[in-house]
Ligand binder design. Structure first.
Ligand SMILES: [Zn+2]
Length: 430
């Protein structure tokens, strides 16, 4: 459900107070000024001429609804008007949201040119969980169509009231429709969640978790006024360090992802929130954050078990920003042998005159397992062992006509030791 079509899709979640975290898919450009906390959704901003909303919500009257309003449709219109009242863009003097004739369209079906606002029993086929609403932003670069659809959780307890979140012993939480609509419409016009999780300290209707804030706050206003009706620069790159790793089954590989992005003035960072890797069997793969900025790298961690099959596992890491996708790859090899954890011995063989002895027989014998590695010296009297486990080894150099030489060495992980065998000639009567 991450990518709903060829276009880029952004889904934002306005969650209950009790929700432990938020899920944001898509990309957000953050303004990291000293005072402001607002952020932008990194899709092209909506059209400067505004966004007609097709509000497909009940118009029946409810005596119980607060705020002096009697229908959900009117509550939604009020939320849209609140954004219009503070204004959107650098010249905040025009009505950004307008009202169009309600048309019943499936907001989950893809781009249809209608900005649908509706209740939905499901979160586009998924369970709602604790999520109260989502905004799906879509954009097709080809025909430059921008669309934002807003869905409200039809299974939630809705009402309308100002002030603190209302919790009732008998029926649980009652959700204020207006503040949820304000939040989702903020996404529709291009605002993201203020960065700085988990604190999100600025009071804002755009915070991802419900708060006692029941109306647009200065931070929301500043964010709306900072919306630029130009497409964000979408040039960015994701780099992975290291590009390849070899680990043993049961070990962990960590790749550090960094972003390089060139963005429009005033925007200092890019968030790349949709990242996926190809996880080897019997392994867990996780990012420590889904927000990758120019300043803050993300660690991608693959933790294998001893049962992870030996093999090559290319890691495909996808970043989405500004309606474009960037794929970067890293190579992960699960191997029983890991070079860095192994050791090697170099052997030189020469006679007592310092002349190299080629074709000398070399034995490298594990002192515990008694396993032997056999080899011969080359024309320069040199021999290089394969990578071997760190342990104590006896190195034996033999050549006909010479007394053999033995030396015991201790190889630690990563060691490369040299053993110089100087062979003395022996009497021929042997
Ligand atoms: Zn949200």
């Amino acid at each position: 459900m991450r990518q709903r079509s060829a276009s880029s899709t952004k889904r934002n979640f306005w969650s209950h107070l009790t929700l432990c975290g938020i899920i944001v898919l898509g990309a957000v450009v953050c303004l990291t000024g000293p005072r402001n906390a607002y952020s932008f959704v990194l899709l092209p901003p909506p059209p400067s001429q505004g966004m007609p909303l097709s509000i497909d919500l009940p118009t029946e009257t409810f005596n119980s609804l607060g705020r002096g309003v009697t229908s959900f449709s009117l509550l939604a219109e009020g939320a849209a008007s609140a954004w219009n009242d503070i204004g959107v863009g650098l010249s905040p003097d025009h009505a950004f949201f307008t009202k169009s004739t309600p048309r019943q369209r499936d907001p989950c079906a893809g781009i249809d040119g209608i900005n649908t606002v509706t209740f939905s029993k499901t979160n586009c086929g998924l369970g709602w969980g604790d999520v109260l609403g989502i905004t799906i932003r879509r954009w097709f670069e080809g025909n430059n169509v921008f669309e934002a659809d807003v869905l409200f959780n039809d299974t939630a307890q809705w009402d309308a009231y100002s002030g603190p979140i209302q919790l009732f012993v008998t029926i649980g939480q009652v959700d204020d429709f207006t503040r949820t609509a304000l939040h989702e419409f903020g996404h529709a016009l291009g605002l993201g969640h203020p960065p700085g999780a988990p604190g999100q300290s600025a009071p804002a209707i755009m915070k991802s978790k419900s708060t006692d804030v029941d109306s647009l706050q200065p931070d929301d206003r500043d964010g709306a006024h900072a919306i630029l009706y130009v497409r964000p620069t979408r040039d960015f790159r994701i780099d992975v360090t290291p590009e390849s790793q070899t680990i043993r089954p049961g070990s962990t590989a960590e790749f550090v992802l960094s972003a390089t992005a060139t963005l429009q003035p005033g925007i200092q960072a890019i968030d790349l929130l949709s990242l996926t890797g190809t996880c080897p069997p019997n392994a867990t793969c996780a990012f420590d954050s889904l927000e990758l900025t120019n300043a803050t790298p993300v660690t991608y961690k693959v933790t294998t078990t001893a049962a992870t099959p030996i093999g090559q596992y290319p890691q495909r890491i996808v970043g989405i920003g500004g309606g474009v996708t960037r794929l970067t790859t890293a190579a992960l090899t699960i191997s029983a042998e890991v070079e860095e954890a192994l050791a090697r011995v170099f052997v030189t063989v020469e006679d007592d005159q310092g002349e190299p002895i080629p074709q000398a027989r070399i034995r490298v014998k594990h002192q515990v397992t008694k396993e032997k590695i056999k080899g011969v010296s080359d024309e320069n009297g040199e021999y290089v062992s394969p990578l071997i486990n760190p342990a104590d080894y006896k190195v034996i150099c033999k050549q006909a006509g010479f007394a053999k030489v033995k030396e015991v060495i201790t190889l630690a992980a990563g060691d490369e030791q040299t053993v110089n065998c100087i062979l003395d000639p022996i009497a021929a009567e042997e």
